[in-house]
Design a binder for this molecule. Structure first.
Ligand SMILES: Nc1ncnc2c1ncn2[C@@H]1O[C@H](COP(=O)(O)OP(=O)(O)OP(=O)(O)O)[C@@H](O)[C@H]1O
Ligand SMILES: [Mg+2]
Length: 159
């Protein structure tokens, strides 16, 4: 179960004032369920996802996964992104262009909280690389389709 409660996020503008992004966001997602955030451009969908992953520090609220609180303004707690165990496909893919597909997907497993052997990492990555997608050894090209082909396995390899 993922629980997001009373999340408020904002970004400072050039004058240092806080521009509001996602405001008072509350929802829960039961384990194993798909959940969609739907709304107009700029309403705060990406900001909410980034807050759950730990890539943004919200101003207020609480986020918990399986009863483990990963962010709480009230308790002043913030778990670093690499200690949260999430996968994420970024809106702009954000894959590393100097790594091939395999290296991109393997990287979170190399730096994450859980320690894996080289063979375990290999098995996990190869499991999520779909047949017919770009070769695991191919360098990342600039084409969006090949960046997407690396982004999804990277998000799923650790699951
Ligand atoms: N790094 C940033 N610095 C300043 N403002 C930002 C930043 N990222 C997002 N914002 C602002 O926060 C608000 C929410 O943006 P967000 O990207 O979460 O929207 P979204 O719902 O994902 O939109 P889209 O459907 O276009 O992807 C917008 O007003 C946006 O301009
Ligand atoms: Mg977005």
């Amino acid at each position: 179960m993922l629980r997001v409660e009373g999340l408020f996020t904002g970004y400072p503008n050039e004058q240092g004032e806080i521009v509001r992004a996602a405001q008072d966001v509350t929802f829960t997602v039961p384990e194993g369920k798909l959940f969609t955030l739907l709304g107009p451009s700029g309403c705060g969908k990406t900001t909410t996802l980034r807050s759950i992953a730990g890539l943004e520090r919200p101003r207020l609220g609480e986020i918990a996964v399986k009863e483990r609180v990963v962010y709480s303004s009230g308790r002043a707690s913030f778990v670093q992104p690499n200690r949260r165990g999430f996968g994420m496909v970024f809106q702009s893919y954000a894959i590393w262009p100097h790594m091939n597909v395999f290296q991109n997907a393997a990287f979170p497993l190399e730096v994450g909280d859980k320690k894996y052997s080289r063979q375990q990492i290999r098995d996990k990555v190869m499991r999520v690389l779909t047949a017919g997608s770009s070769s695991s050894r191919s360098p990342i090209a600039r084409r969006p389709s090949s960046r997407a082909a690396a982004a999804a396995p990277r998000a799923r390899a650790g699951l």
